[in-house]
Design a protein around this ligand. Structure first.
Ligand code: ADP
Ligand code: ZN
Ligand code: ZN
Length: 847
């Protein structure tokens, strides 16, 4: 314990009473319980619940953890070690958060450590392996904060580094010759002098924007006049200067010049000479500088009051929501696509902020685009925090701290934003509440952000608004039961009507030989007509790649993944066979390895083939594809959307990505290439999902004035679901679906917990699954336990898979007891030696 003693000697805050305090801490690890550490009594005053402390864990490792409780009970089973260092004087995790995290661990059958690990951005999780680097924007001579000698020492060391431009915490400790250095690091982070990261891959590489501004010495009126005189003989440079002053009102706003202008704006301007720009920089008239920009660019000159008047029906809906909030905590806003739900949200957010509460606005990942962020920034400006999973860790820490400090009163974010340290929420909005991307599959906690948001609202006394054009059956049921308020908007905003939806019988067209590849003559003709009228088209195909299967025509051989029980998909662009489950890929085969035949053909089709065929059939059209393969690069997604928005492209072909929340004014046709593959899915939610997908993708058509058209290709137009989609009658769909759910005992009538057993060896996987089933049946009864069963894809990434489905009554008490039993059953299996290597994964409310 030399480390701790060291530390105590340089801190003097002795307190009068000499009680011995202990803290229970949450380590950010999947440990089943909390650990107790002892507080050096000189530091009794410093203990804060929700603050971080550094402790030793294991032989060598030190790491930060969160204080969950303070008490005077020494642990019985082990000798408590001392806390090594206190990092925070104020909580980084709030009390309401701790309560929520406990609930999540219990509800989703995981450990508190797993929740904390998922919740905290890694820069808040310190360990002896953490590393620091200089903040790229930090300039030592111009920075405004005074540095302590310890801080200077660290900056010196970082500045002197050549290649490996980072220091580990261990090196920092050695450098300063003390064991307590976390406060120094925290302070340097606070002063934006350094960045912190855990894995080399997380090292921060900022996006830098090249900007220019007028050099300070020209800023007085007389100097500027002289400058104009000097430049009269150099008209090209004068043009650049004029353009700059046009865009940057240096006299009206003293900060405007400091912020400057993007250099590219001047160099790429068609009427200006790029070399003149560079000459001005070379002669010190313009000054070039770098600005680190975030992924969502802030509007530099926010137009203060771009605000829409709510329409009559929007106002009525808003008022209805407010009235409901008087008596209920949760309201469902069921508004058709394009009904203008966003404007209603904005209005409600404003009211909640006026009332002094915080607001969390959740969106599915893919819907959090610059489109929506820009709208909100215009209204809420710097009070708005943005939380996106593509953000770097440091950007996330910034939002985290911004929420803690009160800088961000409203946050728009993806599912993981539910982890942010709110403590005074007034309103939560869950847009597109039916979206399955609110569910986290891997790793634990396997939570659904919608359900977590409901619980946050409950804990913090906040109101929750769920919004969707196609509400989840479970949600609508709660509304029908009167547990949630229900507000309906059945008309689109403005002139736009709902699109006409037509079915195309591909079997018939195939018989009549009017199919061209996968396009019916009707669809192809309609696409041509729309393009002729300079309108845009979206085509939806549920599969990416060129073809999902490749097969030998002579012997039937099919290439399969080595690690998973799936056939490999053909990707033409890269000329590869790829596994969509593990990423395995190899070159496309031209000769069958089984029989030597060259008749290896593709079967079925994906987005890539649709794109290809279309380019051949309509060479004049500009086609762009949006799927996982084309959006891997950082800004690719935004680029595709922006090209389509600007009508650089006429046709957008894509997977589910094109169905989500996009708002394009000029799209008048949506085509669903193959509806059958969406409907026939072995899951009780298949119909619901298909319905949502059809309605959402249809919702992209005809949003501004023009009447939209949707063409759905199917080999069987008589299927029930089409009827509901065509008539745009959610209620009819719901009534049909809820009956099915009741009849077969599915949610919302029953609760489902899915147990997955994974093992590298098939036999042991099956045996473990059988053993677990036995333990579960013993505790929950035969009727509640279905399986075990191998899923359709029974092997992924070399792990064999078995599934057990547990169906439970909805009652809270039943559920609580059942979860205890499930935990017991899992322990009973894990205690058996032969199943050591088995992974048992519970998933509560699977989707
Ligand atoms: P939803 O989210 O319900 O599908 P949106 O919020 O995207 O619908 O609104 C559809 C379109 O109507 C958007 O282009 C939006 O800008 C426009 N809009 C909605 N409400 C108003 C309003 N009150 N004034 C002007 N335009 C509006
Ligand atoms: Zn063959
Ligand atoms: Zn695979």
């Amino acid at each position: 314990m030399t480390l701790a003693l060291d530390f105590i000697s340089d801190q003097q805050t002795p307190t009068a009473d000499r009680v011995t305090l202990f803290v229970d801490v949450i380590l950010p690890l999947p440990l089943p319980r909390l650990y107790t550490y002892r507080v050096p009594f000189e530091l009794n005053d410093r203990v804060v619940i929700g603050g971080r402390v550094i402790v030793q864990f294991g032989a060598k490792k030190t790491l930060s953890c969160i204080v969950a409780a303070v008490h005077e009970q020494a642990p019985k089973e082990y000798q408590a070690k001392y806390i090594l260092e206190f990092i925070d004087d104020a909580p980084v995790v709030t009390q309401p958060q701790l309560k929520l995290f406990r609930w999540m661990a219990e509800y989703y059958l995981c450990t508190l450590g797993e929740v904390i690990n998922a919740a905290l951005p890694s820069a808040l999780k310190l360990s002896s392996e953490s590393r620091i680097q200089l903040h790229p924007a930090f300039e030592r001579d111009t920075n405004e904060y005074p540095m302590t000698s310890q801080e200077d020492k660290i900056l010196d060391a970082l500045g002197a580094l050549e290649d490996a431009k980072s220091l580990t915490f261990t090196e920092v400790g050695d450098l300063l010759g003390v064991a307590s250095f976390h406060k120094v690091i925290k302070s340097l982070m606070h002063k934006e002098a350094i960045f912190l990261f855990e894995h080399t891959a997380d090292k921060y590489s900022p996006k830098v924007l090249k900007k220019v501004r007028l050099h300070g010495r020209h800023l007085t009126e007389s100097n500027l006049e002289r400058l104009f005189e000097d430049l009269t003989s150099k008209p090209k440079q004068l043009d650049v200067l004029m353009k700059y002053l046009q865009r940057v009102p240096v006299y009206q706003d003293e900060h405007a010049n400091h912020r400057g202008l993007e250099k590219a704006y001047l160099t790429s301007s068609p009427h200006l000479s790029p070399s003149a720009v560079n000459t001005l920089i070379k002669n010190g008239i313009l000054e070039q500088f770098d600005q680190i920009v975030s992924r969502f660019p802030m509007d530099e000159n926010p137009i203060a009051h771009i605000q829409f008047e709510l329409s009559e029906s929007q106002t009525a809906a808003r008022d209805e929501i407010m009235t409901y909030f008087g008596e209920k905590d949760i309201v469902l806003l069921h508004g058709v696509t394009g009904s203008g739900k966003t404007e209603i949200y904005i209005d409600l957010i404003r009211q909640a902020l006026d009332g002094g509460g915080q607001v969390l606005y959740l969106l599915p990942e893919i819907a959090l685009t610059t489109q929506i962020v820009t709208r909100l920034l215009r209204v809420f400006g710097s009070r708005l925090g943005i939380y996106h999973s593509k953000f770097s860790d440091n950007e996330r820490v910034e939002v985290w701290n911004g929420v803690l400090s009160g800088r961000f009163q409203v946050v728009i974010g993806v599912r993981s934003a539910v982890f942010l340290p709110f403590d005074n929420l007034g309103l939560l909005i869950v847009d597109e509440e039916h979206e399955s991307s609110y569910k986290q599959y891997e790793p634990a906690p396997r939570y659904n952000a919608r359900e977590v948001a409901l619980m946050m609202g409950n804990f913090q006394g906040a109101k929750v608004l769920l919004g969707s054009a196609t509400p989840a059956v479970e949600t609508y049921y709660q509304a029908k039961q009167g547990r949630y308020g229900l507000v309906t908007l059945s008309k689109r905003f403005g002139e736009a009507g709902m699109p006409d939806i037509e079915l195309i019988d591909t079997r018939k067209q195939r018989e009549q030989k009017t199919m061209h590849n996968h396009f019916s003559a009707d669809l192809l003709g309609e696409i041509e007509r729309k393009l002729g009228a300079k309108e845009q088209v979206i085509l939806f195909q549920n599969r990416r790649g060129y073809a999902p299967v490749v097969a030998c025509q002579d012997c039937g051989w099919i290439p399969k993944c080595n690690n998973c029980a799936v056939s490999l998909s053909y990707h033409k662009h890269s000329h590869e066979l790829r596994c969509h489950y593990c990423g395995y890929h190899e070159s496309m085969v031209t000769k069958c390895p089984a029989c030597g035949s060259r008749a290896v053909k593709t079967v079925g089709f994906g987005t890539e083939k649709i794109e290809d065929d279309l380019k051949i059939m309509l060479p004049q059209a500009s086609v762009q594809r949006m799927d996982l393969d084309t959006t891997r690069a950082k800004n690719a997604y935004q680029q595709i959307i922006s090209d389509f928005e600007k009508q650089v492209t006429n046709v957008l072909v894509g997977t589910q990505m094109v169905t989500k929340g996009l708002d394009f004014a000029n799209v008048s046709l949506v085509g669903i290439i193959n509806a059958d593959s969406i409907i026939h899915y072995p899951d009780f939610r298949a119909h619901e999902r298909a319905y949502q997908m059809f309605v959402q993708v249809s919702g992209r058509a005809g949003r501004k004035g023009k009447k939209g058209k949707v063409l759905i290709q199917t080999s069987d137009p008589t299927q029930v679901i089409f009827d509901k989609v065509i008539r745009n009658d959610y209620l009819e769909f719901y009534n049909y679906e809820i009956m099915q759910r009741q009849e077969h005992g599915y949610p919302p009538f029953m609760r489902i917990i899915k147990m997955t057993v994974k093992h590298m060896e098939q036999g042991l996987c099956e045996q473990a699954a059988i053993a677990l089933t036995g333990e579960l049946v013993d505790r929950l009864g035969r009727a509640a336990v279905l399986g075990p069963e191998a899923p359709y894809i029974f092997r992924i990434r070399n792990f064999y898979i078995q599934e057990i489905t547990i169906k439970l009554d909805r009652a809270h008490t039943v559920l609580k007891h059942a979860k205890l039993m499930i935990t017991e059953a899992m322990d009973a299996v894990k205690d058996q030696k032969e199943f050591r290597q088995a992974r048992l994964v519970p998933d509560v409310d699977p989707m």
